[in-house]
Design a protein around this ligand. Structure first.
Ligand code: SF4
Length: 438
């Protein structure tokens, strides 16, 4: 007889919204139904079922082809590569749980390597700006209950965080926003007419790459300075003045910003200007900001790396103590300058999205991939260590985009004898220590 199991209040380990109200139905360790999740969250749960896309056993390259090996063989070889490396690079870590991230710091410290997470190609500039000028922020629950003005700048939650608006920022009813959507004004600042922009009450269509100019024009008008121009960043002064009045007169506003702000010209200076605007708006009303974090635990990676080393990403251990320098110790820069000899990629697929010359260099040297699914990176790796998927096949803690830690559940068993990411890294640490005589 088939065994059916129901799980409620399951956390979705896909995006930084970390929805915690999913219902999962399991039939003989196979997920057959996912309720409440969006399309991308649902796809992640179904992708955990064993299929041709899933690794169930460790693999090692032999005569150009990946072949199944035992865990001992794969772990011994990976440990040998890491122990003998002068400067290993480890990258990824944002789509796994906090214990694995903690172990990552230990492993790279022992190896004298470079440790980076995906923040270096997404919200790294936000972290730099926050280190410079601080960050007036709050929780998604607070925004749900209080925010009557929501400003999305360079982010498109309809596609990147599909349940954000229905759970926290627009349609949801809150304690002081009893009519949900009708009680809020939504403004989108984006050069493109995205689906989020189409749903907004106001769309400010600025020129690409001119966010910094627009922020500072808003700041000037907020202070009562008259601008002697007809438009800034392609936006007519009349519309900017209208925006300023809306911003100043709301009861509780929030700025959510995405990669459209952090990865365009100006980078951390854009975020710096955004934070300065929020600080100034707090002289007129209550206003906060929160970065729209993509990977479900990239916030956790920044937090865990910071409480272990003092720094959130791009950390170098080659001098036996942690050094921090984004732009020098970021994974893309290390790969481009060829300043590494082995790569350990965990829960990430840089071959799909890093610059071509960085990927070419990565593939010239030994590559270890800890990855449950076939990806361009894992398929070109020399060793593949397949883990249990965190938040589906093992428990763990992840930090939501507003830095609230949430405990993720296990709903099914991992295939074969796949171990959790942290167990794999723990075993590598033991073996590397043994090889190094520590
Ligand atoms: S919005 Fe994000 S966390 Fe929520 S169900 Fe969709 S992918 Fe998962």
């Amino acid at each position: 007889m088939k065994k059916i199991k129901n799980f409620e209040d399951v956390v979705c380990p896909f995006c930084g919204t970390l929805c915690d109200d999913l219902k999962i139905i399991l039939e003989d360790n196979k997920i057959i139904e996912v309720d409440n999740a969006c399309a991308i969250g649902t796809a992640k749960f179904f992708s955990s079922n064993v299929s041709e896309h899933r690794y169930t056993k460790p693999m090692m390259r032999n005569n150009g082809k990946l072949e199944e090996v035992t865990w001992d063989e794969a772990l011994n070889k990976a440990a040998e590569l890491l122990a003998n490396a002068k400067r290993p690079l480890s990258y990824g870590w944002s789509s796994t749980e906090c214990d694995a991230q903690r172990k990552a710091v230990e492993l790279m410290e022992i190896c004298g390597g470079v440790l980076d997470n995906t923040a270096s190609v997404c919200h790294g500039p936000s972290l730099l700006a926050i280190q410079d000028v601080g960050c007036p922020t709050s929780t998604l629950g607070e925004y749900k209950n209080r925010a009557d003005l929501v400003l999305f700048w360079g982010s498109n939650p309809v596609h990147a965080h599909p349940r954000h608006m229905s759970r926290y920022s627009d349609f949801i009813r809150g304690y002081f926003r009893v009519d949900g959507h009708l009680d809020r004004t939504i403004i989108v600042v984006d050069p493109r007419t995205t689906h989020t922009a189409q749903m907004a009450d106001m769309h400010i269509r600025l020129n690409p790459g001119e966010d910094y100019e627009l922020f500072n024009a808003i700041r000037a008008l907020c202070r009562g300075v008259e601008l002697d121009v007809k438009e800034v960043a392609g936006v007519p002064i009349k519309q900017i003045k209208e925006l300023v009045e809306i911003l100043k007169s709301c009861k509780f506003g929030v700025l959510f910003f995405g990669l459209g702000l952090t990865m365009t010209k100006g980078k951390h200076r854009n975020v710096d200007a955004g934070i300065s605007l929020i600080r100034e708006l707090n002289e007129h009303t209550k206003f906060n900001l929160t970065p729209m974090r993509g990977h479900y635990n990239v916030s956790g990676a920044n937090i865990v790396f910071t409480w272990s080393t003092g720094y959130p990403y791009s950390i170098d251990f080659s001098k036996d103590y942690p050094r921090y320098n984004p732009g020098e110790f970021s994974a893309v820069d290390i790969l481009k300058t060829n300043d590494f000899d082995v790569t350990l990629i965990v829960a990430s697929d840089p071959a799909s999205n890093f610059p071509k010359d960085a990927v070419i260099n990565m593939l010239k040297k030994p590559l270890i991939s800890v990855e449950p699914h076939k990806t361009p990176t894992s398929e070109m790796a020399d060793i593949v260590l397949p883990p249990a998927i965190a938040g589906i096949e093992c428990e763990g803690t992840a930090y939501r985009m507003d830095k609230v830690p949430i405990r993720m559940r296990k709903v099914k068993n991992a295939p074969e004898d796949c171990m959790a990411d942290y167990e794999i890294i723990e075993k590598l640490i033991e073996k590397v220590k043994e090889l190094k005589g520590e």
